[in-house]
Ligand binder design. Structure first.
Ligand code: ZN
Length: 530
């Protein structure tokens, strides 16, 4: 009884931590349980520690409807994550419960605006006493200007981005679904490709000539960028391009592709894809590393700007690569220009023999491997996975041994030199390198609570390395798995290296890492959380 009073007193005087301590002491008493739990969750809310609040709420499932604050938080979070659909449905629930209806209505209106649901916005505004007249007028205006806006459904922000993209001088060409090689043309050093929703371009090296580029390279490029939505891009290739002699690597300046660059032959071309429209992406880290690779290590670097990451957005996806190999379309297009015969991707064990980093599979038997190996070869390019037998941790170790870490930072939100210390990448990549990061940071906590755990094996390994097992007691069963092999390599991966360079690469890997011992523990990995 005294505890209860002390808990209430602490809570009422804003001493959240103390309130929680008292609450945890009476939480086992059936009669007090409900109040104690509520105090714990509310005190976290009051501290703005929504993550803990939500975590406890999930732990004690079912308390949600009694906690209006949480509903509010979840709605805001959905809105912040641009998950308009969920934001709206949570908001409508709040309106129905008369829980902060004004805020909830505002979220509904704003979400509709972001979705480009202008007619719905106008309808709701009149239903809600014209409180959102200004936005409703803007919606009416947009509808007048662009009647098709109703059907195309893009947010105003995205529409503006689409409109801001450069337009070719020749703009009367139409997309040809029959032969993709017909969809390319060159204006100066800019290479254009038309697609069903507009144009995309690459700014190529000056001497590049489309005329001396094999049509199969164009077809392969367009397939990679469009096949998720346009199956007609998957047509047989001529298969007449002779395999070139120079290896190239899709170089993103992250740990994995850097490790790949360090073990590949010295004459490997490093191809950097530069997103050339405004976004939160910061190229400064990459620029420092590119300069280092070029000047200090004498590597040949090709830096090509393009906006092809916008193609997905026409299909209501976030900006990014249309498919896995899109990060190398510039190298495919330059294959004849540089006599490229093999294209490497810094894809680690986490994505090859481990499916989604959590379940072993026979990579060479996957449809993915078989289809694309054959497809690239038909265009005269050997598909090349130099670090397929190494984990992300193995890749980090190579970078460390080669003393390249000072030039490397996988965090995309840092200040151009240091990581932000608050993102999932900082935890996974910077943490094990001894760089500072915050395990309590919001994003890290959200990812740690997700099931299946993202980047599973590497994340579990990182928790073990950093002695942070106690931070995620729910994972204790998984954390008992022996992952000491995670920094060694999987010997069967040698079989998929191109013969021409296989031995050299293998020796380079051996300089840094040791082979896994049989029986290979990786083969029994299954962290499916089922
Ligand atoms: Zn970060």
């Amino acid at each position: 009884m005294i505890r209860r009073t002390l808990m209430r007193r602490a809570y009422n005087s804003g001493n959240w931590e103390k309130a929680r301590i008292h609450a945890s002491k009476i939480i086992k008493i059936p009669k007090e349980q409900k109040l104690a739990k509520s105090i714990i969750i509310r005190s976290f809310c009051n501290e703005d520690n929504y993550l803990e609040a939500i975590r406890h709420n999930t732990l004690w499932a079912g308390e949600l409807e009694e906690l209006p604050e949480l509903q509010h938080i979840l709605m805001r979070q959905a809105y912040k994550n641009r998950d308009w659909k969920n934001a709206k449905s949570l908001a409508f629930e709040m309106i129905a419960n008369n829980n902060q209806p004004n805020i909830a209505q505002n979220i509904v209106i704003q979400s509709n605006w972001n979705e480009g649901n202008y007619t719905e916005l106008i309808r709701l505004n009149s239903l809600w006493e014209n409180k959102y007249q200004e936005l409703s007028d803007k919606a009416k205006q947009t509808l007048r200007m662009e009647p098709q806006a109703v059907s195309d459904g893009h947010s105003l922000e995205m529409k503006q981005r689409h409109h801001a993209q450069p337009v070719p001088n020749i703009d009367e060409k139409e997309w040809n679904p029959e032969d993709q090689s017909e969809n390319f043309w060159q204006e100066g050093s800019r290479l254009w490709m038309i697609h069903p929703h507009g144009w995309t371009h690459w700014d190529m090296p000056e001497e590049f000539s489309l005329g001396s580029t094999h049509p199969d390279l164009l077809r392969l490029t367009s397939e990679i960028l469009l096949y998720p939505w346009h199956k007609s891009t998957r047509k047989p290739l001529e298969g007449t391009r002779k395999v070139g002699s120079i290896p190239a690597l899709a170089f993103s300046a992250g740990t994995d592709s850097t490790a790949a660059a360090l073990i590949m032959p010295k004459n490997t071309i490093l191809g950097y894809h530069r997103r050339n429209f405004e976004s939160i992406l910061d190229h400064r880290n990459a620029d420092r590393l590119l300069k280092h690779m070029e000047i200090e290590r004498g590597q040949f670097v090709v830096d090509v700007s393009s906006n092809h990451e916008l193609i997905r957005t026409y299909h209501f996806k976030q900006t990014g690569f249309s498919s896995d190999f899109a990060c190398a379309t510039h190298l495919i297009l330059l294959a004849d220009h540089f006599n490229i015969g093999a294209l490497a991707f810094g894809m680690p064990l986490d994505n090859t023999w481990l499916e989604k980093g959590r379940k072993f599979r026979e990579f060479t038997q996957t449809q993915y491997f078989k289809y694309w190996t054959e497809r690239f070869l038909a265009a005269g390019i050997e598909l090349f996975f130099p670090i397929a037998g190494l984990s992300e941790a193995g890749a980090m170790k190579i970078c460390q041994n080669e003393e390249i870490i000072p030039f490397l930072n996988s965090c995309l939100r840092g200040d151009g030199k240091n990581g932000c210390g608050k993102c999932w990448k900082c935890f996974l990549k910077n943490g094990p390198l001894g760089r500072s990061f915050d395990i309590k940071a919001k994003e890290v906590q959200i990812y740690l609570q997700r099931r299946p755990l993202p980047t599973t094996t590497h994340a579990l390994w990182a928790l073990q390395q950093l002695n942070l097992e106690s931070e995620v007691p729910e994972l204790s069963d998984y954390l008992e798995t022996d992952l000491s092999w995670w920094t060694s390599f999987y010997p069967p991966a040698k079989q998929i290296l191109p013969q021409r360079w296989g031995e050299e690469i293998w020796q380079n890997i051996l300089l840094h890492l040791s082979p896994m011992k049989e029986p290979y523990l990786v083969e029994s990995i299954d962290f499916s959380f089922e």
